[in-house]
Design a binder for this molecule. Sequence first.
Ligand code: PAF
Length: 280
Amino acid sequence: MEVVHTIPELRAAVARARQAGKTVGFVPTMGCLHAGHLALIQRAKLESTFVVVSIFVNPTQFGPNEDFSKYPRTLEEDRGGCEAAGASLIFAPTAADFYPAGASTWVDVEGVSAKLCGEFRPGHFRGVATVVAMLFNAAQADLAVFGRKDLQQLAVIRRMVRDLHIPIRLIAHETVREPNGVALSSRNRYLSAEQLAQATAIPAALATAKALAQAGTTEAARLRDAAQAVLAAQPALKLQYCEIVDLETMTPVASIAGRKCAIAIACHLGTTRLIDNADL
Ligand code: PAF
């Protein structure tokens, strides 16, 4: 498995793969890979014959008070994981190479980016959409696989691909969870064992809302209140939002009747921010 650092090297490798009759799958990541990422790579391997994984801690999606500088960078470990999961190539650019000096072009996906994490992380989705558009343009893959854990990110990217006519097929892959139900995240490594146990209130809250919805409750306020009651019983969790949203627009709804919806939660546990969601 090759590791390349520049766009010309990436494009040359992808062109060689295409000449050899391969189809190209892409998994964008910020590294610090866990079993959730490896599942995305395995899925890409099922759907294509040449899998590119990008590893790039994208500075433009972190706010000034966020964890960009302390975000774990573990390229050597990641390399082993990528290879074992079936990746063909890692693209690991430097920020200085990837963003041309004086870069001033942004992709801003309005509306879908506004609520939920968009409210609490101003500029985050602008950074995500911009870097993903750049990565798509660099890799020229046939398909890309994203995790459902980052539900709003997925909706933003879907909208961007649609609006900009980007020729790529998006695949959403199920969230991979710790044995105790907590969604896997690179940030889970910041949690102590006690905090990891406290975080189980998040999947429990999601399951409560889902069970109510399956039993026929359609009123969003009732679903949200039931989930919030579960979260409130764990005082270590500081709730940022718990919303019932339309899956496509990521805007809060009054009722889930007749539309595809999800419950989305963001909390702080100590200094770590956790997000999770479930379809309703
Ligand atoms: O989900 C992530 O890891 C990042 O937001 C992504 C899509 C790789 C863009 O930097």
